[in-house]
Ligand binder design. Structure first.
Ligand code: 8ID
Ligand code: ZN
Length: 350
């Protein structure tokens, strides 16, 4: 029973405003499924998109959102190859890729030149009924309820992949920068689950408590610490610093000192996407310390399945607060001010 009308959160120009209003429900075309979205996480990327602060253009008007969890209610021609009506599925950032090109064949689906992004190049999960390319939907295992599954579809997948890109061996130490945020609090847990030791970097008592409760062995407050580089190095027994830093902060400052506190041969994994930010890498010390700098951009379909499976087995917990779709403007204000610990999940029926 698919209604003709639904509630969506939409904006029509860069910078907003965001408006919660009624809109028609679309019909799925070839290869597409219509997903009844029950919950959607709110990623900082959705805020970047609304503010228009990235060097990429998105669709306008745009319905954002790319952490959707719901149920398939209708199929377009050919979509039955991938899903059936009633399946519990997730809408992730990577909405589609060709699956035929060199990048796709190697599993680098996010780097496909035909890639589409939910809540960016096509309408996303901040609506009750979303059109999705069936071949890129993520099956949600029975071990996860839709509410906790939703933040895993971007934050979880992304940091799970970033932890892989850090190329650590068990027992090594990783700094998670932005550890109290949506991505960060999950990164702490995926790292711990993989056998790594975690230094959390973020600010404030609430985020410190959160990060420590999830397994971080040390916490460095970036706003309070005068000599952040030394403070981070001091958390490691030999004072040489962590073997990797996964920067999952939305602000540019987080990138400034990471190369300086990394241990020789250390890896900087760039995940957070602050506008207008460069990583300043001194060539001499990059060579002399044999540093590694890598970008990590969401994950492929397999990373999505693996990251949800780990959470389904109880190894990673999503710390979240659930509010109604109509609260989204207020949530963006809080996010902009860095006040959200963990993730916000939207209940699309409220
Ligand atoms: O594929 C990707 N690479 C990908 C996927 C998803 C999201 C990248 N992102 C990007 C988002 O676009 C955003 O820029 O990752 C960034 C973080 O997203 P988020 O986790 O959804 O944001 P959040 O919940 O607001 O958390 C950010 C945290 O960073 C901390 C804040 O206190 C907050 O807890 N932070 C900041 I801002 N500056 C910091 C600093 N200098 C910092 N933590 C440590 N040091
Ligand atoms: Zn995201």
């Amino acid at each position: 029973n698919v209604p003709k009308e639904q509630t969506v959160a939409i904006f029509r120009q860069k910078g907003g405003p965001l408006s919660v209003e009624k809109a028609p429900v679309q019909k799925p075309q070839k290869g597409e499924a219509l997903v009844h979205v029950i919950y959607s996480g709110v990623c900082h990327t959705d805020l970047h998109a609304m503010l228009g602060d990235w060097p990429l253009d998105n669709k306008l008007p745009l319905i954002g959102g790319h952490e959707g969890a719901g149920v398939v209610v209708q199929l377009g021609p050919g979509a039955d190859e991938y899903v059936k009506v009633g399946d519990r599925v997730g809408i992730k950032w990577l909405a589609d890729s060709c699956l035929k090109c060199d990048q796709c064949r190697r599993g680098h689906e996010p780097n496909c030149s035909q890639a589409q992004c939910s809540g960016f190049t096509m309408d996303g999960s901040f609506q009750q009924y979303a059109i999705a390319s069936a071949r890129h939907l993520t099956p949600i295992p029975d071990s996860l309820d839709l509410e906790t599954a939703s933040p895993l579809l971007c934050a979880g997948v992304t940091v799970y992949r970033a932890v892989k890109e850090a190329r650590l061996t068990p027992g090594e130490t990783v700094a998670i920068v932005g550890a109290g945020g949506g991505l960060g609090h999950l990164a702490v847990q995926y790292a711990v689950n993989a056998g790594y030791r975690v230094i959390a970097i973020d600010s404030g008592a609430e985020k410190e408590k959160l990060a420590r409760s999830l397994g971080a062995e040390a916490f460095v407050d970036f706003a309070k610490e005068k000599d952040l580089v030394q403070a981070v190095k001091d958390t490691t027994a030999d004072k040489q610093g962590p073997s990797a830093a996964i920067v999952a902060a939305s602000g540019g400052k987080a990138y400034e000192q990471a190369l300086d506190y990394l241990r020789p041969r250390g890896t900087l994994v760039a995940v957070g996407l602050p506008p207008d930010t460069n990583i300043q890498a001194n060539v001499f010390f990059t060579v002399f310390k044999a540093l590694h700098i890598v970008g990590s951009y969401v994950g492929n379909r397999q990373d999505a399945i693996e990251s949800l499976d780990i959470a389904g087995r109880g190894k990673v917990k999503v710390i979240h607060k659930t509010v109604g779709l109509s609260s989204l403007p207020d949530i963006y204000d809080q996010m902009h001010a860095g006040k959200i610990a963990g993730r916000i999940v939207l209940d699309l029926d409220k």
